[in-house]
Unconditional design. Sequence first.
Length: 450
Amino acid sequence: MDSTATSDHDAGGIGRRQLLSAVGGSAVAAALAGCSTLLSDGESADQGGQSGDGISDEPIQAGLLTFTRGAPGVLGIQAQRGAELAVQRINEQGGIGGQREIELDVVNEGSNALDSYNQFIEEGKEVTFGPISSGTHSQIAPEVEKNEVINVGTDGTVTTLYEETVPDPTYSFRFQNYDIMEVVTMAREAVERIGADNISTVAGVNPGYSFGEDEMQVFTQAIQQLTDAEIVYEGFPELGASDMSNHITSINNEEPDVTFSSLWGGDVTTFVRQANANNMFENTTVFGTTLYSAAGDVPGDALAGTDIYSGSRNYYWGLPALGNWQPGRELFDAATQQEGVTVPTAHYMSGYGAVTAWATAVEKAIDLLGTYPSQEQIAQVLEGHGFFTPAGYHNMAEDHQGASNSFAGQMVYDDDLGAARLDDVNTYAATETAPPPGVTGSDWLESWSA
């Protein structure tokens, strides 16, 4: 799989001029790419039309909607810390256009997420980021279009967001790889690890709301295109469920070749602990899209003796290898010094990447216009915008959906890290995991040839 996705690895040897051309030519863009040392020849942020003309020094008021506490906070705090580091790096370079620093207001997503989003708009925020929840994203995306203020989603990865909820978006964008991409990654990973001929029965244990239901539906369609598998069990525990024994008992009774799961955060620890105690891993191999979201939460004894493969959406901190890739190493070091981050997960990059997508697009617009752009102009630049982060190269497709490489490997506990890591990681290019713009996920899956 690694040979199909070379952009992340190739970025390690990219030339300075090529990098700055790709990201907009600014110190902010280079810093966000993790390559600020490339500017050591004395060039300043005031380049490429980014003088003070037409740009005020008013701070940019930004809002981030994320989970800051409770079980969902395992994901949300990662996104928050990633966004905060990106903002810090921007401000250290003098701000957007060398003049406008960012003030980031972080609000807990909670149960009144739409009210919190509307409060951002009433306060005059110039850009918003988030949310984590698919349900919240489906709520706020139509409001984003109505308010005409850019929102770059960190997560909220429901497949139908840009197929049905806002099928022709202007101001709503999403950085994170969405459901179909991470699910197809794990369907391909199951075939890669076990072999299509060895997968005849499949079970699923997924969160009991739109995200989990969506992921199970997509996995069913994908795995049945790749194999002759029969679905023998589907379970949908509520978020935060303390007892998953009925699902584990059903899996033990069926002994499926593959168990698919999109459990995340604290639910991963509950499920893995109880499954291990009931010898479930002797009867099935687990493939999950977001199990690694609990990397810093799931204890070593819970993972001992398990057979679990997890995806890591569009970022895994160990690739490219930290010893070879300075931007990744510097990001890892910075992240692990932040409160609440044991190791940075894909949700860390969702916060970092969402801010980076927006900031580099604004910088590119300033290069083109010589002044600060309007919301509509930023949106126009964001469509089809390519940019770097320490995770490599990303593209915001014309349908407003971010497209990046995906990662998957065996989830094991690392005593030195005090957290889980992924072993023997495979990399999947976006062309393997996502439909082309304008094609629905369902139609694309149906179009696969045998």
